[in-house]
Design a protein around this ligand. Structure first.
Ligand code: SF4
Length: 448
């Protein structure tokens, strides 16, 4: 960043946009005082994120039971709630940096809490499918440089990831120097994707029929003889069309199948069938899967929990042992069912989840607009916003880690500092109350 007086125009190059899973890291931000006034190269969604009001200067830095409070008092109250809790849960995480997610994992380990990111319910079909069938994945860079056929299945990047076409389809690659002209783009959707307008072929599949459709393409790839009428009835598409698409994928030296949460909504069976289709294709040529994640840092949350606690979501650390419980350790399910007796949210708290909390369960929120949640039974500590006024690391959809570059000076502490203080206070309180320290579970390490 150029160094000038506070009110002069400052320019920050190569800022990273966290408004969707592409994490475009070529954004040029212009700043004046404590405002970002322009975000060149960002799409409309990214621009409105950068230019939004992240300061929240009308909100207090911390609150306890609905009243503004010093940050130190809020931390003391939060530590006292967490140490007293018998079944605490840690949620949120998807908008936090990898550094904050690591501290949240450590806190879960020390408290014997259940921890899972808020996107877990929609991610679980993909995660379970990958754990059962394996996954052939690749970085965006590999897809840009090598993919000759790109199949978009149940994802409409024009709407969900606006610069996808510019960055992964139109761009020339080392082995695809023609860019868009050298790639065949196919779409499977429900008939109304915006990306149909520039695709080379499209098949509409009704909701709830995607597993059968993937099976039909799988059968065509494997050359399995199938009754054409039955195949058409089950998948809703003529057998010959699946065969011509199978031939395209098999003939390409390198292909990619891009998918997102729309396909995951079809369930784990659809996701698993897709993974097995990739396996089939890789016996003939090279073809990779490319999951497109939502905004923020959900990929980072999965990577951190896997690296530190052994599973990407729904880890239960009660008793000091990390147990992967995908079917019954979702924090908000535990809150709703009365199994949890304290909730710590790291990052944003969506309205629907806030409304789900029974008033008897104390809530602690550590995030940029935390004190907007001020209410009885709530301890809130406002933090700086990753990518706006503090740095850190986010993980892109393809699990490549990228640094965030803060554009303006912070007026709140970063979440990692708040969580480190909270961890210290919890340890001190345990020692003061002569409570035994929970043994750290295997795999949890101090966050650096
Ligand atoms: S495509 Fe996504 S990451 Fe890129 S600028 Fe737009 S919202 Fe930001």
């Amino acid at each position: 960043m150029t160094s000038t007086s506070p009110d002069e125009l400052r320019v920050l190059r190569d800022a990273t946009c966290p408004a969707c899973g592409l994490l475009c890291d070529d954004i040029r931000l212009s700043c004046s005082g404590d405002r970002i006034i322009a975000a060149d190269r960002a799409c409309d969604r990214g621009r409105s994120w950068f230019l939004g009001d992240h300061r929240a200067s009308d909100l207090p830095p911390a609150s306890v039971d609905g009243d503004a409070a010093p940050v130190a008092s809020a931390l003391d109250r939060a530590a006292s709630i967490l140490v007293a809790a018998k079944a605490p849960v840690i949620a949120g995480l998807t908008s936090a940096t990898i550094e904050s997610q690591s501290l949240a994992a450590l806190l879960a380990d020390r408290l014997g809490a259940t921890i899972s990111p808020d996107h877990a319910p929609e991610a679980l079909p993909r995660i379970l499918a990958m754990q059962r069938a394996g996954a052939v994945l690749a970085s965006f860079g590999e897809v840009i440089h090598r993919a000759r056929v790109i199949l978009l299945w149940g994802v409409d990047p024009d709407r969900s990831h606006p610069r996808f076409r510019e960055r992964l389809i139109d761009r020339p690659g080392r082995f695809v120097p023609e860019g868009r002209a050298g790639r065949t783009v196919l779409v499977v959707d429900q008939g109304a994707s915006a990306c149909r307008g520039w695709a080379d072929g499209a098949i509409a599949v009704s909701e709830g029929r995607h597993t059968e459709a993937i099976q039909a393409l799988r059968a065509a790839v494997r050359g399995v003889a199938a009754d054409p009428l039955r195949l058409e009835r089950q998948s809703g598409t003529p057998r010959d069309l699946w065969h011509s698409w199978a031939d395209l994928l098999k003939a390409a030296p390198y292909g990619a199948i891009v998918f997102g949460t729309e396909l995951a909504r079809e369930g784990a069976a659809a996701m698993e069938t897709l993974m097995r289709l990739l396996d089939d294709l890789n016996t003939i040529t090279r073809c990779v899967g490319v999951p497109l994640a939502g905004p923020g840092n959900p990929s980072g949350a999965e990577a951190v929990l896997t690296g530190r606690l052994g599973a990407p979501v729904s880890v239960d650390l009660a008793g000091g042992t990390a147990r992967y419980r995908p079917s019954d350790a979702e924090p908000w399910t535990r809150v709703r069912s009365g199994e949890a007796d304290a909730v710590l949210v790291v990052g944003d708290l969506p309205d629907d989840l806030a409304a789900d909390r029974p008033e008897s369960v104390p809530l602690i929120v550590v995030g940029p607009r935390a004190t907007a949640r001020a209410a009885p039974g709530v301890v809130a500590i406002a933090t700086a916003t990753p990518g706006i006024d503090h740095g850190g690391t986010f993980s892109r959809s393809d699990e490549v880690s990228l640094p965030l570059r803060p554009a303006i000076a912070p007026d709140r502490p970063p979440a990692r500092e708040v969580l480190a203080s909270l961890l210290d206070r919890c340890e001190t309180l345990r020692a003061e109350r002569s409570l035994p320290s929970l043994p750290p579970s295997a795999g949890a390490h101090d966050a650096g």
